[in-house]
Design a protein around this ligand. Structure first.
Ligand SMILES: O=C(O)CCC(=O)C(=O)O
Length: 362
């Protein structure tokens, strides 16, 4: 992923107003009303959970139903044909030669702030079910990208997503949905297995380093995502780990850790390689990031959490509601978690750990 974003995304204050309930939410359509009920909950395995932690990524096959993939695929076709547009999408005149039209779309950032289908993918119940089990119950939906990746279009060199999206503490996780088949030829993702254990190699001006600057061996990194491995400073770090390709079929979702080193190559095929990638964090983390844009309060060190949608669970921090009314936790009544829950911990010798003030066992 990269830090560039749609010029046309909602301005920070617009989002802020929504989170404060100052303007009306779009009406819930019938589609929105039945959205959640459409999907049976999914249950991952302990193996999936361990794979994400041990290897840094896990692919869940067929997580998104074919009809949803079809909707996104059709939408992307219509966008390229100039039959559908949204605020900020490059202008397409249907009479343009096809090469010119497709050249205008490599990827579109954060269209969930301008288009309901992108919001629905960002808040897809299947993705959120998996995230709850992989990353915890309180989920903040941060950003989205639709990759068109037409034939001949470039890939993205080694990078760590946390480099672009700082979260304190770092609870960042990505979900990458294959909209078309992703193969080695058309530019699927490649991961350096185990590299999620590396610290973040921060950008020179990035102060949110999760303390990694204190570690000997961490360098200021100004070449992230460069496709030339001789230029990309992360190549030396990546080479400590084996690299695997992660091909995917439409509907497969690859979840990966914010620090894992990964890349993709150019599309060398004759067909587009389409994907929808989104990022999430624990909704109780401090998020000093609003899609790379400034926000009021930034200079005072206030977080940007209130620009991001509470997808599941709850948070003591502010959050936004979805602009198009996609069902999610931000629109539901939330029951407060039990505060100061009384937990007794029986020890094998009959004593209780954690009960009452300081006590000394006999
Ligand atoms: O889809 C791609 O080609 C690259 C995606 C990627 O690296 C990311 O989302 O972080």
């Amino acid at each position: 992923m990269s830090s560039t974003s749609l010029e046309t995304q909602a301005k920070p204050w617009e989002h802020n107003l929504i989170s404060l309930g100052a303007i009306q939410l779009p009406p819930q359509t019938n589609e929105n009303a039945t959205f959640k009920e459409k999907y049976k909950p999914v249950h991952l395995s302990v193996l999936d959970y361990r794979k994400l932690r041990q290897e840094g990524f896990v692919k869940l096959e067929g997580l998104i139903p074919p009809e949803d993939i079809h909707d996104m695929s059709q939408h992307m076709d219509r966008v390229i044909q100039g039959l559908e547009t949204a605020k900020g999408f490059p202008a397409i005149d249907p009479s343009m030669p096809v090469e010119e039209r497709v050249a205008r779309f490599s990827r579109v950032h954060n269209a969930h702030r301008v288009h309901p289908l992108h919001e629905r993918f960002l808040l897809h119940p299947r993705i959120l079910d998996a995230l709850e089990q992989l990353n915890g119950p309180d989920i903040l939906a941060l950003q989205s990208m639709a990759f068109f990746k037409q034939p001949g279009q470039h890939g993205q060199g080694y990078h760590q997503d946390s480099y672009y999206i700082p979260i304190l503490p770092n609870t960042l996780i990505a979900a990458w949905v294959a909209i078309s088949e992703a193969t080695e030829e058309n530019g699927c993702l490649w991961f350096r297995v185990g590299s999620q254990f590396e610290p973040l190699y921060p950008r020179t001006e990035n102060e949110f380093t999760h303390q990694s600057r204190g570690l000997e061996g961490v360098f200021d990194n100004d070449t992230a995502s460069h496709e030339d491995t001789a230029v990309n400073q992360l190549t030396a770090v990546a080479d400590r780990y084996p690299e695997v390709a992660c091909p995917a079929k439409p509907g497969d979702v690859i979840f990966f850790h914010g620090n894992i080193l990964h890349r993709s190559h150019a599309n060398r095929s004759t067909r587009p390689r389409r994907a929808f990638a989104s990022h999430y964090c624990d909704a109780r983390s401090f998020v000093p990031w609003n899609l790379g844009e400034r926000w009021e309060g930034m200079d005072e060190g206030r977080p940007a959490n209130h620009y991001h949608i509470l997808a599941r669970g709850d948070s003591h921090l502010p959050f936004a509601t979805p602009l198009f009314g996609t069902p999610c936790a931000a629109l539901e009544e939330r029951t407060p978690r039990l505060a100061g829950m009384q937990v007794e911990m029986p020890m094998a010798d009959g004593d209780q750990l954690g009960k009452g003030p300081v006590r000394v066992a006999n």
